[in-house]
Ligand binder design. Structure first.
Ligand SMILES: O=C(O)c1ccccc1NCC(=O)[C@H](O)[C@H](O)COP(=O)(O)O
Length: 242
């Protein structure tokens, strides 16, 4: 039986609040209140995963480390933690939350030797976020160019990276649908599982992503669509359950 698509509802934290951004751009925030309440809402709705992002740490405008640790610690589900994890101290703090895995972004572009080391040391606990405009990677909270997607993917594959979280920044927070072509291309370029992120707007988008599971898409992060109540998480889980 084909594996079902995993769903990862997102809680992005900025200034202590759960927010959504458009194209990941600082200053486009819509606030949705308490991150803990949001996370508990997704957990109560049956989520198996939470995608938890410290946006301040990603942008270099401070951090929400204690709050993120509180949210991660309150969860019974699996947590993928992202945002500003770039060195031994931030990685240790992230892993100490008890999260299931962390998502490295900027570090994979700027300190590849360190990333190779932590992949070798932590294996499945490390995913790399490939955040792209076209086929150009972006780091530092998606504000700086960081090289070619496929060259970086080949390097990370050779270093044993366990999985990738692939975001088309042009789609993120826009409710315009995921970039299925990009996901197909990435899946064709790697045998590692891919988590799709950005742009999900409808249950049909989720069904389309579920159709890519045989190609290597393992999961889908869903943010804005849940906060905008385009559908409920229960409906989303049902839509990808078969
Ligand atoms: O994940 C990061 O490190 C990050 C850094 C800078 C800006 C945004 C960042 N993440 C955003 C997300 O992970 C979104 O929650 C996710 O792509 C959901 O997108 P959508 O469903 O389109 O709201």
């Amino acid at each position: 039986m084909a594996q079902k698509l995993e769903l990862l509802p997102a809680v992005d934290v900025r200034g202590g609040r759960a927010v959504r951004l458009v194209h990941g751009e600082s200053g486009t925030e819509t606030s949705y209140g308490s991150p803990l309440e949001a996370a508990l809402t997704w957990q109560r709705a049956g989520a198996e995963w939470l995608h938890l992002v410290d946006l301040d740490a990603a942008f270099g405008t401070g951090d929400n480390r204690e709050l993120v640790a509180e949210v991660a610690g309150a969860m019974d589900l699996k947590v993928e933690l992202s945002g500003g994890i770039r060195d031994d101290a931030s990685l240790a703090a992230a892993l100490a939350t008890g999260c299931t895995r962390v998502n490295l972004g900027t570090a994979a572009l700027e300190t590849p030797e360190w990333v190779a080391e932590v992949i070798a040391e932590h294996g499945e606990k490390i995913a790399v976020g490939l955040d792209v405009r076209g086929t150009t990677l972006r780091g530092r909270g998606w504000t700086r160019d960081g090289g070619d997607l496929y060259e970086t993917l080949a390097r990370l594959d050779s270093e044993g990276c366990a999985r990738y979280v692939v975001t088309d920044i042009a789609k993120d927070g826009t409710l315009q649908g995921p970039n299925l072509g990009l996901l197909r291309d990435v899946c064709a370029a790697t045998d590692r599982p891919v988590v799709a992120s950005g742009g999900v707007s409808s249950l049909d988008d989720l069904r389309a992503l579920a159709g890519l599971v045989p190609l290597g898409v393992e999961g889908a992060i869903v943010g804005k669509a849940l906060y905008a109540e385009a559908f409920t998480l229960e409906e989303a889980l049902e839509a990808v359950s078969r």
